[in-house]
Design a protein around this ligand. Structure first.
Ligand code: HEC
Length: 101
């Protein structure tokens, strides 16, 4: 019984720290690599761009964000091939988690 609890604990602990790393990488991509904030408002990242929709209001779902970051939409450029899949996933995860409670 104790062993099961320990495994459960380790499982949650690892999951949380992986999630944290993804958030950190996501914020870095948002601010530095892709500079999403020049076009988008997102409170969590303290950005107030006005060219694209306000991400706090939009509350897009995760797959939708991954899709637009990869393929672009309107004047928003596609990042497929510029950012790695891991970076695209992380920035989408970051935006999703910062706007959907
Ligand atoms: C050059 C300015 C610009 C940059 C940089 C930019 N976007 Fe956008 N984004 C836009 C515009 C404009 C739209 C609306 C396009 C339309 O609906 O025609 C948009 C739309 C979106 C949408 C909504 C898509 C939908 O389905 O309605 C999301 C989510 C999004 N951007 C996320 C991001 C993320 C994350 C980044 C950084 C990786 C980013 N954007 C970088 C301009 C930008």
């Amino acid at each position: 019984m104790k062993k099961k609890l320990l495994i459960l604990f380790l499982f949650f602990f690892t999951k949380v720290s992986i999630a944290d790393e993804k958030m950190t990488l996501g914020l870095k991509v948002y601010n530095d690599k892709a500079m999403c904030g020049t076009c988008h408002t997102l409170k969590a990242a303290k950005s107030n761009g006005q060219i694209g929709p306000n991400l706090d209001m939009l509350k897009a779902n995760l797959n939708q964000i991954i899709y637009v970051v990869k393929n672009g939409i309107g004047v928003m450029p596609p990042w497929d091939g510029i950012l790695s899949d891991e970076e695209i996933e992380a920035v989408a995860y970051y935006v999703f988690n910062s706007t959907n409670d």
